[in-house]
Design a protein around this ligand. Sequence first.
Ligand code: PRX
Length: 660
Amino acid sequence: MSAIESVLHESRVFAPSAEAAAGAAISGMDAYRALMAEAERDYDGFWAKLARETLSWRKPFSKVLDETNAPFYTWFEDGELNASHNCLDRHVEAGNGDRTALIFEADGGEVTRVTYQDLLQRVCRFANALKRRGVKKGDRVVIYMPMSVEGVVAMQACARIGAPHSVVFGGFSSKSLNERLVDVGAVALVTADEQMRGGKALPLKRIADEALAMGGCEAVQSVFVYRRTGGEVEWHAPRDIWMDEAAAQEADTCAPEWVGAEHPLFVLYTSGSTGKPKGVQHSTGGYLLWAAQTIKWTFDWKPSDVFWCTADIGWVTGHTYITYGPLALGATQVVFEGVPTYPDGGRFWNMIEKHKVSVFYTAPTAIRSLIKIAEADAKVHPRSYDLSSLRILGTVGEPINPEAWIWYHEQVGGSRCPVVDTWWQTETGGHMIAPMPGATPLVPGSCTLPLPGIMAAIVDETGQDVPNGQGGILVVKRPWPAMLRTVWGDPERYKKSYFPAELGGKLYLAGDGSVRDKETGYFTIMGRIDDVLNVSGHRLGTMEIESALVSNPIVAEAAVVGRPDDTTGEAVVAFVVLKRPRPEGEEAVKLANELRAWVGKEIGPIAKPKDVRFGDNLPKTRSGKIMRRLLRSLAKGEEITQDVSTLENPAILEQLAQGR
Ligand code: PRX
């Protein structure tokens, strides 16, 4: 049964407990509705109040939302602030310098605690090191690092000097890194000698060297290297510089660079349905406001909480719910280098117990894989650990099937902790549709209702509202402060992708299908409506994988689709036509593995097809269009019931159905 079908069969409702409601920021549905009504009555006033309460402004703003150049909206435009000042200095100045900011746990289990005072000093030193190398306000810095204190320091240091960062996930290949370095026009790169994951060392510096050698990024004058393992690296002086040595020479104070609220804080690449990944550009003021505000609402955050978001800083979740949101609030959080299955499948539960985590935020894929491990081995089952510190559980990045939701709720949360299923995207900056623990009755599989101020709706292909109960296209009707500002270097693509003329040009198109419940109005996400796949909560464009495949000299043609997968949500299936006869048996297995490795090298291991099927051709219409609908059915192993009369070559279906 697909996740979506099973959602429709889960009808239990989990009302907030009296305990969760007591003292919650939003303590019931009336409080939620009042906030929504306030936003509808006075949109500018609603957001201005939050922005004044949540952030510290160097220069107060007088303007709130400016729609004159729609869809290039601006927020709080004449206000000035600094993100790093908001995340660090203001807590130290308020006397909280001794508070623990980060509890870092390394892959091998070593724990390092960093206070707000320490973190501020480390950020200042590295900010000074960047400046010494000539990095200035507006310059772009690419960060290709493992999960580490240094990764957070590098991001915050960029924010401190007003240099937008662009973090590239450490699992991306040299080619993907090169493309991002070139597109964003980086002047510096921050990386590490190696990355440790699950006891294995991965050579980040070597990959970074390869990426730089591919060319087009000659503007990169400095490569800062965090010494993680001490492993061998090639050295290119004077370009390369050890991060610790650079920082050691510097003062531990650095005045923040005050920037306008619209100054780009970062650019983060994400896959779209067409072409190369898009550089999603975020602002400083609006983004930071929402990063902090959503933690207060969705996780009902309290100063006594120990917060743990298991995402990597290479994704938006790590930006908003590690580097910016928790620090803007002065929270204490766990940062984890490793993987959930090393040294065993009890790692998460062990860490929750050890660090007394109260708010835990992870991806459904992780939960699903841990269910399998825990159910097979009582030693690593959550019930073998003391998880009584937990208060709130969250999920992100992909639909959660009700079975996994219930297990998470019962086995991890002891049936005490609300599970907040948060729908949002790289582009939205922070949570958009999510329950509020003290208010929203929960329905497994539904992300429930939009957060206050977020005007989410479901429309048809012409942009007209559809009634509840009828599926459609998920849109946001009004701009919100944390929305992306543009696609880096490609404003036309921003307009076309997110505010398409077919929908009237004013609705933000999320790219997801959704349906609202007839009675409650709750949203259920039905997955992407474009050619984007979601594998383990990671976004992958089918076109990107297809171009990677056809760049292999033996491949003539390739088409990539997704199919449901029990663990990863979706899996990549590639249909491939070779420039040589269709391989069979052993030969097919060998070539499929070669192509998988090829995609891993071209894009990164996350994009490797799970299944590669060879055909003499692909199913095409007489006008030569590949019929993806049929390929999706074949990938799922479904019988073809669709009309295939328009197909040029119907016999090919049988061949492709057989797999390899
Ligand atoms: O399809 C939706 C899915 O992930 C996409 C956004 O991916 P990305 O920009 O990489 O951000 C992931 C982390 C926010 C969405 O368009 N998605 C995200 N959260 C959910 C979800 N699908 C269902 N339920 C969710 N809670």
